[in-house]
Structure formats: C-alpha cells, structure tokens
Design a protein around this ligand. Structure first.
Ligand code: UDX
Length: 432
C-alpha cells in the first residue's frame, strides 16, 4: 500500500521504517529540511537499536523515502499517518495539539481521492472528532475517514514492539477503513498479533489508560518497596509472588527510581486533564503522579542517610543517567532531579552513561562526565546504579574503586545483597 507518514520523530520514523520493511511504499514527511537531508544520508536522529539498519535497507530499495513536500506525499498516498508531537502545553497539563491540527489543515488542501487519515500520535479522547470537523469544513465526509491507531512502542524496544505487538487497536466505525487497515497489518496478525477494532474514542482512551495503568503498576511496587524497607522484606520476592498471579502479571512490577520518559509523565497528566474537562476526578492517577514526583526525594534522603548526612565534598558516581536502558533519552529521568540536588549539597559528582555526555549536566557545578565506568567510580565514596544498562550488570567493584570502604546504592536491584555481603561491599538496594 501507499503510505504517508507525517512526522519523522520517534513514532513516525519507526513506523515508517517498519511499514516499508513489510513491503509497503512509504514516504515520510518532515518540515525540517536538515532532518530530511540527514535521513536521506542514513543519519538517524534517534538512538533506537536496529533502526538505522532498517532505514538504510529500505531507503536503498526505495520502499522508504523522505521529503519536505507534504503536498505531493499526501496526494500520492492512500493512508496518511499523523505522527507529529503532542507535548504537554506550557503551564498546564493538557496535550498541545497545534501540530496535529496544523497538519490536518495541510492534508485537507490535498485530498483529491479517498484518504484514510490515521492518528498514531498519542492524542486525547475526541481529537479524532476535532480533526474530522476541521477537514469536513472543506471536504465531503465521503472522501476521507479519520481513524485512531495508537502505538504502544517502548523506547529501546520499538522495532520489536512494532513487529510483535500484543495488539493492534484500530478505532473506526467505517467498515471500509477497518478492512484496509486490517489488510495493512495482516503480516503482523498472521504472526500472532491480536487485531481489535473499536470506536475511535475508545481507541484514543485505550492508549492513555494503558500508559496510566502501567505507570500505576510501577508506582504501586515503588510504594510497596518503601514499606518493605521498614519491615525487612525483600520487595523482589513480593514482586515475584504477586506476578505469579496471572491477573497481575510480573511485567512492569520492578521497583526503581520512579518512571520517566516522554510518555508516562506526559500521558498521566493529560488523561487527568481529560477527566477534568468532563468533570471526572481521576484520583488514582493524580496520586500516581504525585507519588512518582516525590520518589526522587525519598531516594535522596536515603543517599543522605547512607552518607551520615554529610554530603558536602563526598564523591558520588552515577552509573547511567538516562530514564531507562537502551535509550539516550533524558526526558523526565530521575537523575535530572538527583544530580543537581546533590551538587547543590556540595557533592563532587562523576557519571558514566553508555550514550555519552549529557547537555543537561554541562552547566552544573562539580558534575563531570567520565568516558569509562572505572574512571567514573575510581575515587568515589558512593556509587549509584541509576539506569539498568547491561554494562553495569556484572561489575567487579573491588577493581573499580580505589577507596576501601565505598558504598554501592543499587537503584535497580541488579545485584544480590548476599553476594555483595560475601564480597564485603557495603550495599544498599531498594525495598530490601
Ligand atoms: C512507555 C510504554 O511502555 C509504551 O507502551 C508507550 O508506547 C510509551 O511509553 P517507554 O516510556 O519508552 O514506553 O518506556 P518503558 O519501558 O515503559 O519505561 C517507562 C519508565 O518506567 C522508565 O523510567 C522505566 O525505568 C520505568 N519502569 C518500567 C520501572 O521503573 N519499572 C518497570 O518495571 C518498568
């Protein structure tokens, strides 16, 4: 099929590359000229394992192309995916839909034959209705349909999540559009993906509700971890014991420094705003947001206790600063709260991250990026494992720090306390 993807950010580029790899003719549109120039030269602006190869391979076979010319791309395509950004509005929690509506007006100018217009960006419930209103001001409803097809891609696993999704959600009551999209996704359905057709608004809400629920699950185990620390229980055992109940499931039940990223924080706030708009108080999600925002404070007070409330001049190393492993994304990472706080308290901070130095820390006093784990740890009083990169999973700490009595604070519970004890390493985990 002939597909147009508008927006070559994280969702658009992954979707475009994967759709082309499934044999479709895909044209990705972006208004930024340098972005398109880079993509045509195999320069991918996103750190996503496997994406570069997929883009280069399909660009070579001409199944995938890039352009700034939205006009011709829309005219040539049967299905148009809107994959532009929907960031949180400044000084409020609602999603900013400016780009979505601007692109809808551009599409409207170029509808000559029947088009299926699909929102893949995460958009609040009723956005599809608004887009329909915008386009039907100038174009007959017989010439287009607006469909919601939310993505469930995790950063670092996006290609796998696209090719092997648990489910494909298609929000439309238009039979013809549903049939066409079902055939577009048929290669994935034949590999076991569940296809679920529902109304457009339900599809929009499924996306937000899924992210809000996953954020709730994570926050739930983080609060249980706080309790575990008081009653000498290992939260990992609680998580395993709970997860064996298939009504609960073991995934997204790992304690840590709190959820970050570009989705959970944004989507939980946006769905609460949607609730407010319809006078519904989504109190659980509101509390999840509050609890997660407070999490860094709890872990920082633990750091202070570990250092006997003497942070000034202490040498602290952060292993990993991104919001999770296998991504270079720093958005809403808990390190963005922890490192500035500790620096203000007078700590001397070094950090190592496999994705390199971060601009976010360049201007902060006494914070230094090190090119290796060893150089980051060598003179530290406290080593903090912040992100669960594989690089940190089998370290020989004795060789890493030249300080005899350094402490290890493992915010991802990667290591076993008994093993640490045996190696005579002063060790703290989370929730145990
Ligand atoms: C999330 C959703 O998983 C995905 O379906 C949606 O499309 C986009 O948002 P992403 O934000 O890329 O994906 O990362 P995810 O793997 O979900 O992790 C989000 C945050 O939760 C990270 O900070 C991670 O460290 C944290 N997390 C995740 C936990 O603390 N514990 C867990 O068990 C899982």
């Amino acid at each position: 099929m002939k597909i147009c993807i508008i927006g070559t950010g994280y969702v658009g580029l992954v979707s475009g590359a994967c759709f082309s790899d499934l044999g479709n003719d895909v044209i990705c549109v972006d208004k930024e000229k340098d972005k398109i120039f880079d993509l045509k030269n195999g320069i991918i602006p996103i750190y996503e394992p496997g994406l570069e190869e997929l883009v280069i391979k399909n660009y070579k076979t001409k199944k995938l192309n890039f352009t700034n010319d939205l006009r011709s791309a829309v005219r040539k395509s049967d299905i148009i995916f809107i994959c532009v950004g929907t960031p949180i509005k400044k000084n409020c929690n609602a999603a900013d839909l400016t780009q979505v509506y601007d692109v809808s007006k551009e599409i409207r100018k170029n509808i000559r034959s029947f088009k299926i217009i699909v929102t893949k960006s995460t958009v609040p419930v009723t956005t599809g209705d608004e887009i329909e209103k915008i386009i039907s001001r100038k174009i007959s409803k017989k010439k287009f349909s607006i469909v919601s097809n939310p993505e469930f891609l995790r950063e670092g696993e996006a290609i796998r999540d696209f090719i092997y999704p648990d489910r494909i959600v298609i929000g439309t009551s238009d039979k013809k559009s549903n049939k066409i999209l079902k055939s577009l996704y048929s290669p994935l359905i034949s590999k076991g993906a569940k296809y679920f057709n529902t109304t457009r608004r339900a599809a929009e809400l499924i996306k937000y509700s899924s992210n809000a629920f996953l954020a709730t699950k994570i926050t739930f185990i983080n609060e249980i971890a706080n309790l575990c620390e008081k009653i000498n229980v290992n939260v990992e055992d609680v998580s395993i014991g709970m997860g064996l109940d298939n009504r609960i499931g073991s995934r997204f039940l790992r304690t840590g420094p709190g959820y970050g990223g570009s989705c959970f924080p944004k989507d939980t706030r946006a769905i609460v705003e949607t609730g407010k708009k319809f006078n519904i108080d989504l109190s659980i999600i509101k509390n999840v947001i509050k609890s997660n925002q407070n999490r860094s404070k709890i872990l920082l007070s633990r750091v202070s206790k570990i250092l006997n409330n003497k942070i000034k001049n202490k040498k602290i190393c952060f292993l990993g600063v991104t919001f999770k492993a296998n991504t270079d994304d720093m958005r809403e990472s808990s390190s963005l709260k922890m490192i500035p706080y500790l620096s203000k308290k007078g700590a001397k901070i070094t950090y190592y991250d496999p994705t390199g130095e971060k601009k976010e820390f360049k201007k902060i006093k006494n914070v230094k990026f090190c090119n290796s784990i060893k150089s980051a740890c060598s003179l530290c009083d406290l080593i903090i494992i912040h992100t669960e990169w594989n690089d940190f999973k089998s370290l020989n700490f004795k060789n890493l720090s030249r300080k005899k009595n350094f402490t290890l604070y493992d915010m991802r519970n990667i290591y076993l306390p008994d093993k640490m004890k045996k190696d005579k390493i002063i060790y703290f985990g989370i929730g145990r």
